[in-house]
Design a protein around this ligand. Structure first.
Ligand SMILES: O=C(O)CCC(=O)C(=O)O
Ligand SMILES: [Fe+2]
Length: 404
């Protein structure tokens, strides 16, 4: 799938790094009680709805320590060799910690204004209000998320020069962040919604050579639910079959169904600034956020060669299909236009979104709902509430009314 179109053609380009920590994004304080009852109505989720952790998170008790590549950061051949061998590269303190901590404050301040944090606590502590629990797919989540999404520093950090230099060294050509940056804002003890085991290609598409960069915004010890990778799993060299999961992204793959995959998961106690880099076929998952009361805040951004194709949906703001959000909305309060619409100067071919993966997840969820699966019911209920007039929304309502 990798066309490697730009390799050797595009010469290195200097993107000047611009530091602007001006705050942006507007929120008005919602009524917490209204918000809470709305969340419960949408999700049907109550405190008592808690089950043992899903098998998929417990596939292995063994969690090994990620191999650090700081010492070979300048050695392109060694970086490529490690990426080929392990299917990931991990760096301590690659990103500017000060910038990330400022970003953390800005993001969490908006989340607190949205009712997600306990009132009167310091936003940087990320102490979650359990009554406000929500996740991707919930209207309530998108409302607050899109406030965070307007922050200029949140998008600017994707262009960090040190990271761009490293990615260009690895791929030996000009790279660019895909416009659709992503933040993950995960509530504690909401483990049903933990990001399941998957390959990124099913979500972000484009080429198999795209690189995901995952960085916590604040320290992220294991119990806060950082990312874990299945070492060497990219060597399957194809997109594996994914099934419905309630977790973020709605798709999971079962590595035990593939004998060539070893049960070797790697993770670490992440510190602010650390970055995990992996290509689109590497199998990975999040660990559950098992903390008593802390939100996990992280970034996962995708990078591609300039000139490689990009999937159409990656040109849009994240979760814009859940609730409308344009780039003009995102940029409304920015103090600089340096990183606005930056991708338009590149002529990357645009590919239509491949919908078969999520269509399959929906079909699985319909069947599971009919068979009494509560997680699938919850998934369909969300769709029915969010998109009542869409094709899937209508099917979801029909299937749900059939079981009630
Ligand atoms: O941070 C997470 O929970 C999910 C990250 C991830 O797997 C992704 O964005 O592809
Ligand atoms: Fe992923």
């Amino acid at each position: 799938m990798n066309l490697g179109m730009a390799q050797g053609i595009v010469c290195r380009q200097q993107i000047t790094f611009h530091l602007d920590l001006r705050s942006s994004g507007k929120t008005s304080r919602p009524s917490r009680h209204r918000r809470v009852s709305w969340v419960k109505r949408i999700t049907g989720f109550k405190q008592k709805y808690s089950r043992p952790l899903d098998q998929q998170y417990l596939m292995s008790g063994r969690l090994l320590e990620l191999r650090q590549s700081n010492a070979v950061q300048d050695d392109a051949a060694e970086l490529r060799q490690r990426l080929e061998e392990d299917g990931y590269l991990f760096f301590r303190r690659l990103l500017d910690r000060e910038r990330l901590l400022n970003l953390r404050w800005e993001m969490l301040t908006l989340m607190q204004a949205g009712g997600w944090l306990v009132e009167g606590t310091d936003p940087v502590d990320g102490i979650a209000n359990p009554d406000a629990r929500s996740t991707e797919g919930d209207v309530e989540y998108t409302d607050v998320y899109h406030q965070v999404y307007r922050l200029q520093p949140f998008h600017e950090i994707a262009h960090s020069r040190g990271l761009m230099d490293l990615l260009e060294r690895i791929r030996d050509c000009t790279m660019m962040p895909q416009p659709q940056n992503v933040a993950r804002l995960w509530f504690p003890k909401f483990t049903e919604h933990t990001t399941p085991i998957h390959q990124d290609f099913v979500h972000f598409q484009g080429t198999h050579d795209n690189l995901t960069c995952w960085s916590p915004v604040g320290d992220c010890p294991r119990e806060l639910g950082g990312l874990a990778v299945l070492k060497g799993s990219h060597k399957v060299d194809r997109v594996l079959e994914h099934h419905f999961s309630l977790g973020a992204g709605s798709l999971h793959v079962d590595p035990t169904a593939h004998s060539e995959l070893k049960d070797e998961w790697y993770t670490t106690d992440y510190e602010v600034g650390d970055t995990l880099i992996f290509p689109a076929l590497t199998i990975h998952k999040a660990l559950p956020n098992l903390t008593e009361d802390r939100l996990r805040v992280s970034l996962d951004n995708r990078y591609q060669r300039v000139g490689d194709p990009i999937a159409e949906h990656m040109l849009n703001p994240h979760l814009g299909s859940m609730s409308p959000l344009t780039w003009d909305d995102v940029y409304e309060d920015w103090g600089s236009d340096e990183f606005q619409y930056y991708w338009k100067k590149h002529d990357n071919p645009v590919l239509p979104k491949i919908t078969k993966y999520l269509d399959k997840a929906f079909e699985d969820a319909v069947e599971l709902t009919r068979n009494g699966d509560e997680r699938a019911q919850l998934h369909l209920r969300r769709i029915a509430i969010r998109d009542p007039t869409s094709d899937q929304g209508k099917v979801a309502s029909e299937v749900l009314s059939g079981i009630e």
